[in-house]
Ligand binder design. Structure first.
Ligand SMILES: *[C@@H]1O[C@H](CO)[C@@H](O)[C@H](O)[C@H]1NC(C)=O
Ligand SMILES: *[C@@H]1O[C@H](CO)[C@@H](O)[C@H](O)[C@H]1NC(C)=O
Ligand SMILES: [Mn+2]
Length: 624
């Protein structure tokens, strides 16, 4: 921005390319890949820990920060294929180190104004690499105090003196050493030493130099001081969080095992509520409340009490909670675990431990949670147990994750969801039959389910997670195309707005359409739960613009929301008889209009035989 004029031509080309890349990344991050931890259902907006103040940094991702570092005439970048993005980022940053860097970033709005330019550059580079403020972390004491975020009544709670022992498993990959050490220090300082049996670190193939000899040295020092408390396991290949946790379980010996990651700080008396609850009932799996560590100032921000659930893609997120807040210290029954959880080691073993087939974050929480509830366990979130955590760190690109998530979701649907699994196919926009997606071998899990006489998904829906509302009468779904131009698809348009439009077909959820036997047309991602109403296409009766309205509102207000449609035919409003058609606005740009029918035809990507649940999909369900 400030460097215009130096070598304008190259700069402009470079800037244009970078802009495109960032727009694509931004769209992916914001639109396609909804982060599970920051979405509160029911409010239909992103949870913002400090909304109200001016700190924009919490929402600035490493990709956006990277933008602040963009330089003139950046050379092409060699991307090492390590199967993740960190190498890519480092490579980019390394090039920039030798270049002139633009350091005026809102990163320094709340912190570090007094740093010199070189220090600022260093701080930004570290932030880009890790997704949190490593420069500051390196200066803070490892044993720093953090605010006690528990509800007040927790402070008076007494726990039994005799409690089960605890193995803490920390899995990490490419963590900043000071952040990892602060996690270790907080656990050692805030867990009663007679209960903390061991601390197991699993390094999932980090590439950082300081996580090699430096970490080994630190661990030797800890072990001298705390008589062999720490164990370090190193993977020689990146295997993912489930694999890393399994490596940890294999060496764990205490009664209870708890899983954390490397960018956490446990709070006072975090372990006692966990151990007391599992002592009382060893079939309960518990999660602490995860408070946020702000990524620039490293302040701890209290997180509200929530339970945790998932959408029909089986992707985990927090649910808006309507608990009676007078009872703010009793365990919260939760449909799923959150990112961190603790379990009796023997109970976890009984129900099949962790599923190594779960390849990436997101669906693995749903998998374990369905297994726990359906096979006789329970899940609770404990308001008196608090763990602070950086919510945003470097993540692989959504492009890489989505296929893995889909693969895992289908496995889970196959094993645990019986006749409801069709909803997962609808949410992912996959054909109900012969979808051609290989989802691996699930027979051992089906056998385990039989052996443990686990309950069925219908029981889970009715007793644990009535929030999800399966839809029975969708008869057509996926991309909706018009005979005028096969390259464009119906699209929900601007997410803030309510005017659907036509855009180039891109396969994203913004272009999913669901047609009901009863005439409703949903446009956009499928929610199908009681919190977030899906959006129905309506004819306002006048003007040419179709509107998207929450289906609940449309029903209440008796809007014109029912449409006649058959594959390859027109879309006609049942009340107004107007047709939904495509009109050219300018070359290459199309819009949706309501008008007198001119004979345009529509086709929808998938149709459902037998009006609803496919017979082949429901027949091998294991009713329970
Ligand atoms: C945010 O910025 C505005 C204007 O710059 C200022 O008036 C306000 O006090 C700031 N709020 C906080 C919480 O810092
Ligand atoms: C951290 O450790 C130092 C040195 O052992 C000690 O002086 C200080 O009081 C500790 N701080 C906290 C918050 O425990
Ligand atoms: Mn994390």
């Amino acid at each position: 921005k400030m460097l215009l004029g130096k070598s304008p031509k190259v700069f402009l080309i470079g800037l244009a390319l970078l802009f495109v890349v960032h727009v694509i990344l931004f769209l992916y991050i914001k639109g396609i890949f909804q982060k599970p931890n920051i979405q509160i259902h029911g409010k239909e907006k992103t949870y913002s820990p400090s909304s109200g103040d001016n700190s924009t940094m919490e929402h600035q991702s490493q990709w956006e920060i990277l933008h602040d570092l963009e330089v003139v005439n950046m050379p092409p970048v060699k991307v090492e294929d390590r199967g993740d993005d960190s190498a890519f980022l480092k490579n980019r940053i390394h090039h920039k180190l030798q270049k002139k860097v633009f350091v005026q970033s809102n990163f320094f709005q709340n912190w570090g104004e007094d740093l010199t330019k070189d220090q600022k550059i260093q701080a930004l580079i570290l932030f880009s690499m890790y997704g949190y403020n490593v420069y500051l972390s390196d200066q803070l004491p490892l044993n720093r105090s953090i605010p006690d975020t528990r509800p007040f009544r927790c402070l008076n709670k007494k726990y039994p003196l005799q409690l089960p022992t605890l193995s803490v498993v920390i899995t990490f990959g490419d963590e900043a050493l000071s952040v990892l050490q602060r996690a270790i220090t907080s656990i050692i300082n805030r867990t009663p030493s007679h209960l903390l049996k061991e601390l197991i670190l699993v390094d999932d193939f980090s590439s950082n130099e300081d996580l090699k000899e430096d970490l080994d040295k630190q661990i030797r020092l800890y072990n001298l001081k705390y008589s062999g408390l720490l164990t370090l396991i190193r993977h020689t290949k990146r295997k993912g969080v489930v694999s890393a946790r399994l490596s940890g379980i294999q060496v764990a010996t205490a009664d209870v095992v708890v899983f954390l990651d490397g960018h956490t700080e446990v709070n006072v008396e975090w372990a006692e509520p966990i151990l007391a609850r599992i002592q009382k009932d060893h079939t309960v799996i518990v999660s602490p409340i995860i408070d946020n560590i702000l990524s620039n100032t490293l302040e701890v921000d209290q997180y509200p009490l929530t339970s945790s659930g998932f959408d029909w893609r089986l992707y985990g997120h927090y649910d808006y909670l309507s608990v009676n807040l007078k009872d703010d210290i009793i365990p919260i029954k939760s449909p799923t675990i959150t990112d961190f959880f603790a379990a009796s080691r023997t109970f976890l073993e009984e129900i099949g431990s962790l599923d190594i087939g779960m390849l990436f974050y997101g669906v693995e929480k749903t998998e374990l949670s369905l297994r726990v509830w359906q096979c006789g366990g329970k899940i609770e979130i404990l308001p008196c147990s608090r763990v602070a955590h950086f919510p945003q760190t470097i993540e692989p690109s959504p492009l890489m994750i989505l296929p893995l998530m889909k693969y895992n979701a289908l496995q889970v649907a196959e094993v645990w969801m019986d006749k409801y699994k069709y909803m997962v196919y609808l949410a992912w926009n996959l054909p109900l039959e012969s979808h051609g997606m290989d989802f691996g071998v699930v027979s051992s899990w089906i056998e385990l389910r039989k052996k443990l006489k686990c309950k069925n998904f219908d029981w889970y829906l009715r007793n644990v997670y009535p929030v999800l509302m399966p839809i029975q009468n969708i008869v057509g779904y996926g991309a909706m195309k018009n005979s005028v131009n096969e390259m464009i698809c119906m699209d929900q348009g601007n997410i803030e707005g309510n005017t659907p439009t036509m855009n180039h077909c891109n396969g994203y959820r913004q272009q999913f359409v669901y047609y009901h036997l009863t005439g409703e047309l949903y446009v956009g991602p499928l929610n199908a739960d009681i919190y977030s109403s899906d959006r129905c296409l309506t004819d306002p009766g006048e003007g040419w613009k179709p509107e998207l309205v929450s289906c609940q509102d449309a029903t209440l207000k008796k809007l014109n929301m029912y449409w006649n449609f058959k594959q390859g035919a027109s879309i006609t409003n049942k009340d107004t008889n107007r047709c939904l058609e495509v009109s050219k606005r300018s070359p290459g740009s199309h819009i949706l209009v309501l008008q007198k029918c001119t004979g345009q035809r529509w086709t929808i990507q998938h149709t459902v035989r037998n009006w609803g649940i496919s017979s082949t999909l429901s027949k091998n369900g294991n009713g329970g």
